[in-house]
Write a protein that binds this ligand. Structure first.
Ligand SMILES: N[C@@H](CCC(=O)N[C@@H](CS)C(=O)NCC(=O)O)C(=O)O
Length: 147
């Protein structure tokens, strides 16, 4: 198994599960230039990390990779079985993290991708912070009272 990763990104979640599972794996660290090479684009045409290469297939989308790992290593105890109520909740929260919280960070780190006016960067960052706060508040509410 090989994880195509970049330090300090959302790939960390997949990396953590590789450690939990305890099977041999390698990690290749890519910078943004390396994500655009023809070899990597073949693995992940979306030009992002993570990509997990396993059993001859290249899988992308962090949440999909995480669920794939739960199913591929059912005895590793890293997630609930398909069909269980817990699995329904796992899917819900994984999607909340990858489809809601994660994109809210993009304008914070890369305001230039969300406005063509450099003068607006500070406002884009500010708007991003409000959205991140909204999503983290939702998570706080969910975790409140749970240990
Ligand atoms: N929807 C994708 C998003 C992946 C993504 O945005 N990865 C970021 C790192 S956290 C990335 O590779 N960014 C490269 C870029 O934006 O150029 C997923 O959940 O895997």
């Amino acid at each position: 198994m090989k994880l195509c990763s970049a330090p300090g990104t959302c790939t960390t979640a997949v990396h953590i599960t590789l450690e939990w599972i305890g099977q041999p794996y390698e990690v290749e660290h890519l910078d943004y230039a390396a994500m655009k090479t023809p070899a990597y684009l073949k693995l992940n045409p979306s030009v992002v990390v993570p990509t997990l290469v396993d059993e001859g297939r290249a899988l992308s989308e962090a949440s999909a990779v995480l669920v794939y790992r739960v199913d591929r290593f059912p005895n590793a105890g890293i997630g609930p079985a398909t069909g269980s109520e817990e699995r329904v909740k796992l899917n819900q929260w994984l999607l909340f993290l990858s489809a809601t919280l994660h994109p809210y960070f993009w304008p914070y780190f890369s305001p230039g991708r969300f406005t063509t006016s450099e003068a607006d960067h500070a406002h884009v960052v500010e708007a991003s912070q409000l959205l991140v706060d909204k999503a983290l508040t939702r998570i706080d509410q969910h975790l409140d009272g749970k240990s």
